[in-house]
Ligand binder design. Sequence first.
Ligand code: G3I
Length: 497
Amino acid sequence: MSARPPAHRGEDQGRPTALRRALIIGATSALAVLTGMMVIPDANAAASTLGAAAAQSGRYFGTAIAGGRLGDSAYTTIAAREFNMVTAENEMKIDATEPQRGQFTFSAGDNIYNWATQRGIKMRGHTLAWHSQQPGWMQSLSGSTLRQAMIDHINGVMAHYKGKLAAWDVVNEAFNEDGSRRQSNLQGTGNDWIEVAFRTARNADPSVKLCYNDYNIENWSYAKTQGVYRMIQDFKSRGVPIDCVGLQTHFTGGSSLPSNFQTTLSSFAALGVDVALTEVDVTNASTSQYAGLTQACMNVARCIGITVWGVRDSDSWRSSESPLLFDGGGNKKAAYTSVLNVLNSANPNPSTTTSSPAPSTSPTTSPPPSGGPSKIVGSQSGRCIDVPNSSHNNGTRVQLYDCHGLTNQQWTYTASKQLTVYGNMCLDAAGSGNSAAVQIYSCNGQTNQQWNVNSNGTITGVQSGRCIDVWGTGNGQQVQIYDCNGQANQQFRLVAL
Ligand code: G3I
C-alpha cells in the first residue's frame, strides 16, 4: 500500500464525450430560440460549488464538521457554501453520545445537525458500533453484557435521530488488513455482532440508510476489500438489512488511489448496495488522485456521494499532509478545481444514456388516471406511497411501503392538481426547499398541495418545482421533495386501482 500507482483513468463509460456535450448544448440553445421567451435551464451549465456540481448528477458532496469549529466564521462560510452533506467528525461517536452507560448526551451532535439543517444541508450519522472511541465503561465490558450494551446504544442514539439523517455508519472498521475480522471486544461477543447491529438499526429507524464503513477497501485486489465484499454478499443473500458501503478513501499515510478503484465501487454496487466515499483525503491533495477518485464515483450510478474529511488543511486529522481541498487560509487549491471540473462534466443521469434530455430540465405534464383512486408506485422500489399506520393526523409524513391498495395508499388526482387521500386530506409539501417533508394535511387549496404528474415519470410540487424523492427503496423510507435530477429514486407513476 505504500507505492503510489498511476492515477485512475477509468473506463469512462457514463461520461459524455466533448462532441456529444457540444451537441447537447447546441440542441438546448436551438430549443431555447424555438421556444421564444421560455428559459430552459442548461443541464450542462457549470456549477460553481462542490455541492451544486454534485447535485447535477443526483449526488452530494460533503465534509466532516468538527463541532468545535462552528464558531469560526471562515470555516463555516466555506462549509455552508460548498457542501450539501456533513458528517460529525467525532460528536456522534459512542464516547460522545453515551459517556456513561444508559446516559445519552446529544448536544454536540445536535449542534452540528442544527447548523446543517438550518442551511438545508443533509447529514450522515457516524458511527454506532466501533472498536475505537468507546467510552471507558464499554471498553471494560465483554460477552453478553457488551452485546446488550451495543444494542442499547444503537437503539438510544437512533431513536434520537430517527427520521433526521440520510444514512448511518452502523458498523465501522471491523476488518483486519488480511480480510479477517478485527479482534475487538465487539468481535469477542460472537461473529454475528455485525448483523445484529444492522438488524437492530433497521428496527430502530426503518427510514435511514444503513452503511458499513471502512478504510483500505478501495483496492479491489486487496484482501481486506475482498473480506468486506464477502460479508456484504453474505448479508444480501441472507436478507440482513444493509443499504450501503462507505469507502473511507483515506489516500494519506502512505496509501494512494488504486487503478482499480472504479471496479471496487461497481462490484460492491452490483451486490445491490449504494456506495459512497465517506472520509476522503489525499496526501498533498494530488490533483490527479482527487480527479480520479471523483471520476470513479461519477462512473458508477450507485455511487451516491463523496465526503472529504475536513474543510481546510488546518482542520485535517492529518494536517501535516495538507490533504484537503482548501488551504489553511481558506483558499481553493488546485485539487478543488480538479474535483469541481469532474463533477461538472458528469453525466446528469448515469443510469441512462446521455442522448436523451435530462428529465429535470423541463418536464411536461401528462394526464394521470382520472376519476377513481390510484396507487403511487415508486419505479425504483416497486413500493407505494403510504400513510403510516393509516394516520389521519395533519403532518404525518408519508413513506414507501409494500403496495396493498388499502385506503392509506389510495390517492385521487383532482382537477385542481391535488392528490387526495381519505377524501379530505391532501399530499402536502411541508416547505419548498430541498428535503422538505411530504406529508398529509387537510386540503386547503394552496400551491404546496398541488402536484404536476409529468410525462417523464416525475411528480413535481407546483410551489417548489422540486421532485418527489426518496433516499432508498425499503419499507419505511420517508418521502421528501428534492431538486429533480433524473435519477430512478424520483420516478413515480399513478396506477389506477
Ligand atoms: O477534544 C480533545 C481535547 O480536549 C484534548 O485536549 C485532546 C487531547 O489529545 O483530544 C481532543 O480530542 C481528540 C479529537 O480527535 C478531537 O480533536 C482526540 O484525542 C482524538 O483521538 C480525536 O481523533 C479523531 C479520531 O477519529 C479518533 O479515532 C479525529 O478527530 C477524527 O478525524 C478521526 O476520524 C476517523 C473516523 O472517525 C473513522 N475513520 C478514520 C478517521 C481518521 O482517524
